[in-house]
Design a protein around this ligand. Structure first.
Ligand code: B1M
Length: 211
């Protein structure tokens, strides 16, 4: 009998093959894909997020857990699609123009995916035009930007201006983060949300889709 607590535990411990196997087993036993997602994968990743916030987990543990979650997610996706289940939100995410740092951005993307968001990851060095184009094409309501260099922080403001000028009224919310970014800076450039770390990014994104 599939045990979703064991699945959540496998995610927390980053045991990718076990997580995949337990997901396959649960599907075969007819457990609803939504239940597998919520009580297995999302439950596991939310513990990972809490441990990360509490400094009990560091970046490597989170990355390993997120990879286990992503592997299980690949197995679950076809079954989930058949149920017509909607993601809790769509997020276009990337590192801003001129900036090649992606470790933090990847962590944020993985945590958001683990929380039930659909992610469109544009990678690094993303232009304002590309952020907007992808948001419009995917129907995303959140654009997430990461910057690690003080010299690339202005690209965040440029992107927000571009989105507001070209897609005012489309309901696109912008959230930002990255080591040099502060809440004060986010407010100054008109971002809708700021998160200091990947776990808080999930809370902020949930608030933005509910607003
Ligand atoms: Co670079 N680098 N780097 N670097 N690098 C820093 C950022 C730097 C602080 C190092 C230093 O001088 N002490 C410095 C920036 C100084 C500044 O601007 N004030 C710096 C520099 C100068 C440079 C180069 C210019 C070096 C050179 O070539 N002369 C160059 C720039 C290249 C470019 O981008 N155009 C460069 C290159 C690189 C590498 C390629 C070698 C590599 C990047 C590899 C990669 O990302 N694939 C690298 C690395 C690894 C770093 C350090 C060591 C680590 C960054 C990191 O991954 N942190 C960094 C120094 C440091 O921080 N100790 C440094 C871990 C990561 C999990 O944290 O990204 O902050 P972070 O993400 C966090 C939060 O910020 C938040 O959540 C994450 C998880 O909790 N968060 C968000 C991030 N994005 C978010 C988005 C959100 C919400 C939250 O909403 C959407």
């Amino acid at each position: 009998m599939a045990n979703l607590n064991e699945l959540a535990e496998a995610i927390i411990k980053g045991k990718a093959p076990v997580a995949k196997e337990l997901t396959e087993q649960a599907i075969a036993e007819g457990v609803s894909p939504q239940e597998i997602l919520n009580d297995g994968l999302v439950a596991g990743m939310s513990v990972v997020g809490q441990k990360f916030k509490a400094n009990e987990f560091y970046v490597p543990e989170v990355l390993i857990a997120a990879r286990a979650m992503q592997g299980a997610m690949q197995t679950l996706k076809p079954a989930l699609a058949e149920t017509g289940a909607q993601p809790i939100g769509r997020v276009v995410i990337g590192t801003v123009q001129g900036d090649l740092h992606d470790i933090g951005k990847n962590l944020v993307a993985m945590m958001l995916e683990g929380a039930g968001f659909e992610i469109y990851d544009l990678g690094v060095d993303v232009t304002p035009e590309k952020f907007l184009e992808e948001a419009m094409m995917s129907g995303a309501t959140i654009v997430g930007m990461s910057a690690l260099l003080t010299t690339t922080m202005p690209a965040m403001e440029k992107t927000i201006q571009h989105i507001r000028e070209q897609a005012d009224g489309e309901g696109i919310k912008v959230m930002i983060g990255g080591a040099p970014v502060t809440e004060e800076f986010a407010n100054k450039i008109g971002a809708d949300g700021y998160a200091p770390d990947a776990a808080s990014a999930v809370d902020v994104a949930k608030t933005l889709v509910a607003a």
